[in-house]
Ligand binder design. Structure first.
Ligand code: FAD
Ligand code: NAI
Length: 465
């Protein structure tokens, strides 16, 4: 075989797997059908959305928060093309970074669409025709695609997925969002800050399913205070595109009489599905589960020897860092080492203002598993740094095993919550207790002191509350 390892897809799963495999001495190639490397995350996911979240937050702050701090500026004017340039520069910089990593680690980049012909054989189709690549091992890292709503056609202009919502050429007067998940709330925040009226229609009776219920409830209140409108327990059953404005038909989730909501743009973000089109899984005899995800064992191996899979295309949270860690572990396993991912400690962050972050179990999960737990909470209104900055929305919540005091879940709403969650992740990797956290000296004044106080609150001895 020409290669030790060929990876199909260069998202955070694929390119990280490639780098780790090269570090371990393998001869590696990646196959990518997109003109640029980096996958969903770098091109139309994490990175562009975070660029727009940052820029729109600055816009919002300049308009609404500077004055109270004594920074008098005229009302900011939106220059959307420049904001989109800012976003594109961020994408380009990161994509170039992946190009550099491929070169640095002597990883061959094969342009085209990969198809698995069987163990050890990948056919790559490009503008130049078909080529056969031979390899000892194959990793499928083809990621995911948007989930579609039956009867609602996405044109990426007026009815958009996240991809279109990252590139609108003007601020919609009214933005209707289908799905109160991570994409809906992040991209809804972007356009709301830039001036859109945002209504979110969610099938369930709550936002952010999977997140801790108390956190989701308070977060919904904060978003409503910001101006978001929510229609929970409702579904969009059709969008009439014949008029100048769109007319969406909204029905109660359980059925009943429909109402019409007008919108300039409808964003459909009801989840993502594994992407395996053209990969030849069926012909190669590679098994998928009932949701179309490539089936793997505990060592990322499919049912065909020498073919592995990682990232969004397999089960588990569809997160870039989960894909990356699987990429590392999978490369190590192929190299004969003991690669491993701890699925109990995968942080999740919603990059809104305030941010929401969490790691480990929610209260609902603990109840369902019949685990006795203690709760320690601490609000940012009682945190000195948050008070002086006047950014006091949110709180920290720590869940610990009632018998052992071991921390089993940490949930935060608040500014910078996405950066703050990692001390909890490290603690949990080491099996630490709330007591450990509470006795760890935290720098003053920081927002992270709220984590220490919440840990103290587990033992009912918070100082500043
Ligand atoms: P992908 O990144 O999807 O990469 C797969 C790659 O495979 C693509 O480049 C594709 O072109 C290529 N490919 C597919 N089939 C073939 C083939 N047959 N031949 C050759 N190439 C092929 N996650 C986070 O953790 N944090 C975030 O903030 C975040 N924000 C997001 C925002 C948005 C708007 C979206 C849509 C997603 C976001 N995600 C975020 C999710 C994150 O993007 C994914 O979890 C991550 O990209 C998955 O990585 P992956 O490597 O499995 O697949
Ligand atoms: P999601 O799974 O987070 O949320 C989808 C929401 O749509 C859910 O609340 C669901 O109940 C609802 N829904 C489903 N069908 C519906 C219908 N017919 N009508 C109304 N509501 C409906 O999916 P989302 O937001 O599309 O994001 C996709 C993936 O991308 C997520 O799984 C997430 O892992 C990843 N992502 C991660 C980010 C982050 O880590 N910050 C940011 C953006 C995306």
């Amino acid at each position: 075989a020409t290669y030790d390892l060929v990876i199909i897809g260069t998202g955070p799963g694929g390119y990280v797997c490639a780098v780790r495999a090269a570090q371990l001495g393998m001869k590696v190639a990646v196959v990518e059908k997109n003109p640029t490397l980096g996958g969903t995350c770098l091109n139309v996911g994490c990175m562009p959305s975070k660029a727009l979240l940052h820029a729109s937050e600055m816009f919002e702050e300049a308009g609404h928060s500077f004055a109270k701090m004594g920074v008098a500026v005229p009302p900011p004017k939106l220059d959307l093309p420049s904001m989109m340039d800012f976003k594109q520069q961020g994408i380009d910089g990161n994509v170039k970074g992946v190009d550099f990593l491929m070169k640095k680690n002597r990883i061959d980049v094969i342009r085209g669409t990969g198809r698995i012909l069987g163990a050890g054989k990948v056919e790559v189709t490009s503008g130049e025709g078909k080529a056969l690549v031979e390899t000892k091992n194959i990793v499928i890292a083809t990621g995911s695609d948007i989930a579609r709503l039956r009867g609602i056609e996405i044109d990426e202009k007026r009815i958009v997925s996240s991809t279109g919502a990252l590139s609108l050429d003007r601020v919609p007067g009214k933005l209707l969002i289908v799905g109160a998940g991570v994409i809906g709330l992040e991209l809804g925040s972007v356009w709301h800050r830039l001036g859109a009226q945002v209504t979110v229609v969610e099938f369930l009776d709550r936002i952010l399913p999977g997140m801790d219920g108390e956190i989701a409830k308070q977060f919904q209140r904060i978003l409503e205070k910001q101006g978001f409108a929510f229609r929970l327990g409702a579904k969009v059953t059709g969008v009439d595109t014949s008029g100048r404005t769109l007319a969406a038909k909204v029905e109660p989730a359980s059925g009943g009489s429909a109402e019409t909501i007008d919108a300039d743009v409808v964003l459909v973000c009801i989840g993502r599905v594994p992407y395996t089109d053209g990969l030849g899984l069926k012909e190669a005899g590679i098994a998928v589960d009932d949701r179309g995800r490539v089936q793997i064992d505990a060592h990322f191996s499919t049912n065909v020897k020498g073919v592995f899979a990682i990232g969004d295309v397999v089960a588990g949270p569809m997160l870039a860092h989960k894909a990356e860690d699987e990429g590392v572990a999978c490369a190590e396993i192929i190299a004969g080492q003991a690669g491993h991912v701890n699925y109990d400690v995968i942080p999740a962050v919603v990059y809104t203002t305030p941010e929401v972050s969490s790691v480990g179990k929610t209260e609902e999960e603990l109840k369902q598993a019949g685990i006795n737990y203690t709760v320690g909470k601490f609000p940012f209104t009682a945190n000195g740094r948050s008070k002086v900055n006047q950014t006091t929305d949110g709180f920290v919540k720590i869940l610990a095993d009632a018998k052992t005091d071991r921390v089993v879940g940490v949930h935060i709403i608040g500014r910078e919550a996405g950066e703050m969650i990692h001390e909890a992740a490290v603690l949990m990797e080491f099996g630490g207790s709330a007591e450990d956290l509470a006795r760890t000296c935290h720098a003053h004044p920081t927002r992270s002191e709220a984590i220490k106080e919440a840990a103290l609150a587990v033992g009912k001895r918070a100082i500043h509350m």
